[in-house]
Write a protein that binds this ligand. Structure first.
Ligand code: ZN
Length: 110
C-alpha cells in the first residue's frame, strides 16, 4: 500500500470518520439531519472528501427509485453511507450529487 493522500479540512466543526478520524465534511456542508440510513439516523451533506465511491446501483428507497453508490472511508475502508447519482422523482432531484453519512459512522470534532 502506498501512502494515502488525504485532504485536511479547514473550519469547524468538522465531521470525521468515527473509526480513524479522517476528515469527511464540514458542518457548513450539512444539509439535513432527517435522513434514514441502514443503521438509523443519517445526515445529508453537500460535499465530502476522503471517500472512495463504489459501483452504482439501483436502490428503491422510501422516497422512490434512486441510483446510488456506496461510499467508503479512504483510510480504514469503513462503509460510511452513499452518494446519490440519480433520482427518478422530481421532488428528490435536489439530492443528486450529494452524500449520505450514517450518524453512527461519523464523529463531530470542534
Ligand atoms: Zn476511516
Amino acid at each position: 500500500m502506498g501512502k494515502l493522500f488525504k485532504n485536511y479540512l479547514n473550519g469547524s466543526p468538522i465531521f470525521c470518520c468515527s473509526s480513524c478520524k479522517t476528515h469527511l465534511s464540514l458542518h457548513e456542508q450539512l444539509i439535513s439531519k432527517a435522513f434514514q440510513g441502514r443503521h438509523g439516523t443519517a445526515y445529508l451533506f453537500g460535499e465530502c472528501v476522503n471517500i472512495s465511491v463504489g459501483p452504482s446501483e439501483d436502490r428503491n428507497l422510501t422516497t422512490g427509485m434512486h441510483i446510488v453508490a456506496d461510499i467508503y472511508c479512504i483510510d480504514c475502508c469503513e462503509l460510511l453511507g452513499w452518494k446519490y447519482e440519480f433520482a427518478k422523482e422530481e421532488s428528490q432531484k435536489y439530492k443528486v450529487g450529494k452524500f449520505i453519512l450514517e450518524k453512527a459512522k461519523i464523529k463531530k470534532e470542534n
